[in-house]
Design a protein. Structure first.
Ligand code: PMP
Length: 286
């Protein structure tokens, strides 16, 4: 049984409790982060912590009192659950003042809820999907307008995953006004004539921590990066496509809406970026 963390306590998962009036349960009023663990160490932890702080600020959710101890709490859960490869999931919600109301509860008297748990994923970095690549479909982006905030409102992305499964595919890329925003749980890229193309940062997409690291490594390796809008047609006509996220790292995309991308197999740029990211991020893991 897992040991989880809830509001200051390390508990067996079956003993962890959150109020039914918690704002995340009633209104999806919460934010989260997922940090991957490789070889028992946390990948890109500082980036995830910085984005958590930003999400909390954007929604005016109080920082948990133990904010400065979050690294220790992550490490303790990794240790207690003997996680070699896997994930640490963290969620902060606006908490509960014991009733339901659209207006936010009093900030002074309502403490945020803080929950963390681990997921063991042996061989996370050697996923066979990295060898075969993902098949994706394109779907309309029907999410809200502040996708830069990492909220727990994940119903539409979940529906997108199910639409992909129903189509015999692995994932979906969402499209707004003709341009790809991002994947259901990852940032989206194409490669054309050696250039790496990905949508620029704005409120329309999540500012991926893996995206930031991968683009930095790409530039350091003298690759050309273009941060701009691109269409699904452009993606289908690209030499390569791939996605990035904390749990998938760099993952090739080989098919879009039934059409092979490039050679229809994982491309050299995606493979190289995956190698660089895994090597550099593990060297910097804490
Ligand atoms: N976009 C969305 C919509 C996501 O849910 C995620 C993963 N949480 C990402 C991008 C990738 O972000 P990161 O690299 O920080 O995991």
């Amino acid at each position: 049984m897992r040991t989880v963390y809830v509001n200051g306590d390390y508990l067996p998962e079956t003993e962890a409790k959150v109020s039914i009036f918690d704002r995340a349960f009633l209104m999806a009023d919460g934010v989260y982060e997922v940090t991957s663990v490789l070889g028992g160490k946390l990948i890109d932890f500082e980036g995830h912590l910085a984005r958590l702080e930003r999400s909390l600020n954007e929604l005016d959710i109080k920082k948990p009192a133990v904010f400065d101890d979050l690294l220790d709490i992550h490490r303790e859960l990794v240790r207690a659950n003997q996680i070699e490869d896997g994930l640490v999931y963290l969620q902060v919600t606006r908490g509960s003042d014991g009733d339901r109301d659209f207006a936010f509860p009093d900030r002074e008297t309502t403490e945020p809820t803080l929950v963390l748990f681990t997921q063991s994923k042996p061989g996370l970095a050697t996923s066979p999907q990295a060898e075969t690549g993902l098949k994706i479909i394109s779907i309309d982006d029907q999410r809200w307008g502040r996708r830069d905030i990492k909220t727990v409102q994940l119903l539409y992305p979940s529906m997108g995953k199910m639409m992909a499964k129903a189509a015999g595919c692995d994932d979906a890329w969402m499209v707004e006004e003709g341009h790809v925003t991002e994947g259901t749980s990852n940032n989206a890229y194409i490669v054309k004539d050696g250039k790496i193309i990905t949508r620029q940062l704005s409120n329309d997409i999540l500012h991926g921590i893996t995206r930031a690291a991968v683009l930095r490594f790409a530039r350091e390796a003298q690759m050309t990066v273009e941060e701009r809008l691109f269409t699904v047609d452009e993606a289908k006509d690209a030499d390569e496509a791939f996605v990035t996220s904390a749990s998938a790292f760099v993952m090739p995309v080989v098919e879009i809406d039934g059409q092979g991308v490039g050679t229809g197999t994982p491309g050299p740029v995606a493979k190289r970026l995956r190698e660089i990211y895994l090597e550099e991020s593990q060297n910097a893991a804490i």
